[in-house]
Design a protein around this ligand. Structure first.
Ligand code: KG4
Ligand code: ZN
Length: 337
């Protein structure tokens, strides 16, 4: 079964053709990074406009690269929540138009479910149940994935996402957008113990996270140093904040796996590209003899192949939508459209 998938939740316009949820026949990404770089972050209105300009052309391209026409496509899957509402609407409306014109089923996909599904492409034999750590620019969730369409969130951030903490730390240190990636690179040879970082934990909720204190610590330290005419080592501060974030992420995941009896761990979301997180999660799982899965680097960030992968499982579970489908800026991962 072939799915045409569309993603436009943030600053990448992406389309893909995916067969049976696992085989990527084509995957096209029109990135807006260069444009948002000037502003140091994503400007929602610009993102929506660029999606509108790119979506038709990259859909044609994804079909051509997969050697398909719309006649070969069995369903159209689209990211419908959560994300920037104006950006999501571009993809949802385009997908509705295709579904109507070509008389295809329309499959709405939750963005975080699709991040988890990027692992089904990287590991064709991976099946739920497992425990997933989903870390993106806007979300930090520990999720029990009981089946392809059944989820239970057991831990979440109480304030900022891990990606937000990395991005704002990077910006404060003078690194260009996209912050997380540049912080990872800049911190490669830094000393992770150079700065004494706060160790946030949420009282009474051992699997929850809190990253706003870490972000504030970086901002205050950098500003205090500037006022005193002192310089901050970008590589040492970068390494220290990454170490603090990763320690929380891996620590809570380990606690949850031990308490709930999981031996299969999955990483997902843009921050799963972080080199320190990948290393530390791998060694944590190895020390317990747990299986560890993480998306290949090209599938960590936003893309449509992962939407096609999750869309397949949503479709076979019967979760299709009518032409009254609406995009939603927020939506729990447990809910159906
Ligand atoms: O999943 P994603 O592409 O978009 C959202 O759904 O939010 O995640 C984007 C986040 C950004 O915060 C970005 O800085 C972060 O992923 N990111 C990284 C790395 N690459 C991307 N964070 C840390 N280290 C990286 N190598
Ligand atoms: Zn994402």
């Amino acid at each position: 079964m072939k799915i045409l998938a569309i993603e436009s939740s943030c600053d990448e316009t992406a389309t893909a053709v995916v067969e049976d949820g696992r085989h990527v026949l084509s995957s096209v990404i029109a990135s807006q990074v260069e444009e948002h770089k000037i502003y140091g972050g994503v400007v929602p209105e610009i993102a929506s406009r660029r999606h509108t300009e790119a979506i038709s052309q990259i859909t044609t391209q994804a079909l051509a690269e997969a050697n398909c026409t719309m006649d070969d496509i069995d369903a159209v899957a689209v990211t419908a929540a959560p994300g920037l509402i104006g950006a999501l609407l571009v993809g949802v409306n385009f997908a509705k138009g295709l579904a109507l014109k070509y008389d295809k089923p329309l499959v709405p996909v939750h963005h975080l479910r699709s991040h988890i599904a990027s692992n089904y492409i990287t590991y064709p034999d991976l099946k739920p149940p497992f425990l997933a750590l989903v870390v993106s620019g806007g979300h930090t969730h520990l999720v029990e994935v009981k089946s392809y369409t059944d989820y239970r969130v057991i831990g979440r951030t109480r304030d900022d996402a891990a990606g937000e903490c990395m991005d704002k730390s990077a910006r404060t240190l003078g690194l260009p957008y996209p912050g997380g990636l540049n912080l990872d690179k800049a911190a490669k040879n830094g000393n992770p113990s150079a700065y004494k970082m706060p160790h946030p934990h949420v009282e009474g909720a051992p699997f929850d996270f809190s990253f706003s204190g870490l972000k504030t610590f970086v901002i205050n330290t950098v500003h205090n140093c500037e006022q005193k005419g002192e310089t901050v080592s970008v590589e040492d501060m970068g390494a220290s904040v990454i170490n603090a974030v990763v320690t929380c992420l891996v620590g809570n995941t380990e606690k949850a796996a031990l308490e709930l009896g999981y031996d299969k761990m999955v990483l997902a979301g843009g921050v799963s590209a972080n080199s320190v997180l990948r290393e530390r999660m791998t060694s944590c799982c190895a020390s317990h003899g747990w299986q560890m899965f993480m998306p290949s680097l090209d599938l960590c960030g936003d893309n449509a192949a992962m939407v096609g992968a999750q869309g397949y499982y949503e479709y076979i579970a019967g979760y299709t939508a009518g032409l009254d489908l609406n995009a939603r800026a927020t939506m729990p991962i447990e809910e159906e459209f």
